[in-house]
Ligand binder design. Structure first.
Ligand SMILES: Nc1ncnc2c1ncn2[C@@H]1O[C@H](COP(=O)(O)OP(=O)(O)OP(=O)(O)O)[C@@H](O)[C@H]1O
Ligand code: SF4
Ligand SMILES: [Mg+2]
Length: 454
């Protein structure tokens, strides 16, 4: 078993880390067309893969990192390890700023930080025998003599659950699970403190996954390892993690103790992910908020909360006073218009289709009527613009970036949630509660975004 919560000392401190990729590959080479204007607008076309991410990992613990494909998990992991150069922000490993290292000192530091990838097939050289594969990092770092390396490789093969006699076999003779064990032995060979595991069991059969995860937890205990464990599958994350960070479109949106995150999720995106776990759970009855809509482009992410274009709980603008069903219909109508997902017929049919049970009155009702008129006339773009400007863009979710610390119900670890819905529960940023930094928040850990007007 891994040590719950690990030690108290952070082994890794990540602060406001950003990684952008320049999008120079397209026809326009970094320039994008703005549909709002008929002329070419010069705009920075960077892929904002990781945006202002902050978190700690304590010695001996496992931080699980979860999120949909393309949300930036691998980019974050590689940037933390300085395999990718950060655009901005800091990474402290054992208190040392990795940005201050380069050349030989950085290479030496890398010995302490290893990485295991998803595809055990392609990460093992098919022309090399397993023994030399495991010995390679030791050789690169000048560890031990030849005899010593062979003895250590055999010992490690045994530790990871393989037969030391497999030393002379080629990777193709192994199953996927066994190949991932070879990768583990290889990573362990240089005696690291920290291992980033990027979807290490995702390519394996479910029955094999649990065995490899159990071996990883045993090894963590024996070798005092700290893991950053990436997966898109929350059941795997639940199996291995002490704490969990949830990522959406480049940002960490929630971070909490594992039990707190699974029993008391506060971010609508986390809730949607939990709902998607294909495990029958009587307590999950009534949780129906499934994710709809496409993930927006990381080149031009939504303002405020990046989840707002798909969020089932978008907050209505303070200027209106709609009932919940009225607001829900407005949001659903606006998204349907954006996606052009229904046929434009006459006003009555559109009204009946989208507002049969609850249609807003007053100013909001007038906007809806006008938008329905546009759609009935085939003026989709006008309807979309009117609805977006009148409703979506005026929500606090669009105008203010959420970042809150809440009191955890389970465990002692901090619970961070980037959602304005938790602002009433946010811990006051008094001296006694102040944290060194908040994930995605301000450097002094103060709560931002809680001066919203609705
Ligand atoms: N070298 C690169 N150049 C440009 N864009 C990149 C590059 N690497 C990643 N990206 C983009 O950055 C974003 C994050 O990608 P990343 O691979 O980190 O996501 P991920 O969460 O690991 O996804 P998956 O679950 O599929 O592995 C994506 O939009 C991706 O297209
Ligand atoms: S801030 Fe708004 S859009 Fe974002 S998750 Fe919370 S309610 Fe949804
Ligand atoms: Mg990835």
């Amino acid at each position: 078993m891994s040590r719950t919560g690990g030690g108290d000392e952070p082994l890794l401190e990540v602060r406001e880390l950003c990684k952008y990729f320049s999008d120079g590959g397209g026809l326009l080479g970094g320039m994008t067309l703005d549909p709002e204007f008929p002329f070419l607008k010069r705009r920075h076309g960077d892929v904002r893969a990781v945006e202002s991410v902050s978190f700690d990992i304590n010695e001996g613990e496992t931080l699980g990192l979860v999120g949909e494909s393309g949300c930036g998990k691998s980019t974050l992991a590689r940037t933390v390890l300085r395999l990718l150069e950060p655009t901005s922000g800091s990474v402290y490993f054992k208190g040392e700023d990795l940005a201050s290292l380069s050349g030989e000192p950085l290479r030496r530091k890398r010995k302490d930080m290893q990485m295991i990838f998803q595809d055990p097939q392609s990460s093992l050289d098919p022309r090399m025998k397993v023994g030399p594969i495991v010995e390679e990092p030791m050789k690169a770092h000048g560890m031990l003599d030849e005899e010593g390396r062979e003895a250590r490789a055999k010992e490690l093969l045994e530790k990871v659950g393989l037969d030391p006699q497999h030393y002379n076999r080629y990777p193709h003779a192994f199953s996927g699970g066994q190949r991932q064990r070879v990768n583990l032995a290889r990573a362990l060979s240089v005696n690291p403190d920290f291992i980033v595991c990027d979807e290490p069991v995702s390519a394996l059969d479910v029955s094999i996954q649990a065995q490899v995860l159990n071996t990883m937890r045993d090894l963590q205990e024996e070798f005092d390892l700290t893991y950053l464990f990436i997966a898109h599958d929350l059941s795997v994350i639940r199996h291995i993690s002490d704490r969990v960070a949830v990522m959406y479109l480049g940002r960490v949106v929630e971070i909490a103790d594992k039990e707190e995150l699974f029993e008391n999720p506060r971010h609508p995106y986390t809730r949607a992910l939990l709902d998607a776990i294909p495990v029958p759970d009587p307590r999950s009855e009534g949780r129906t908020a499934l994710l709809t809509g496409d993930v927006p482009s990381p080149i031009d992410p939504p303002s405020g909360c990046r989840f707002r274009t798909r969020c089932p709980s978008l907050i209505q603008p303070a200027a209106y006073d709609m009932t919940d069903p009225e607001w829900a219909n407005v949001v659903a109508f606006q998204r349907a218009v954006k996606r052009r997902s229904f046929e434009a017929t006459n006003r009555t049919a559109i009204r009946d289709r989208h507002f049969a049970d609850a249609k807003p009155r007053g100013e909001a009702g007038s906007v809806v009527d006008e938008a329905i008129g546009h759609v009935a006339a085939g003026e989709w773009a006008e309807a979309e613009r009117l609805l977006t400007e009148s409703f979506a863009d005026r929500s606090v979710c669009a105008t203010d970036e959420p970042a809150y610390e809440v009191s955890p119900t389970y465990g002692e670890s901090r619970h961070y949630a980037a959602c304005h819905l938790v602002r009433d529960d946010a811990v006051a940023a008094g001296e006694e509660t102040r944290l060194p930094t908040s994930a995605g928040g301000t450097a002094d850990g103060s709560v931002v975004g809680n001066e919203a007007d609705d």
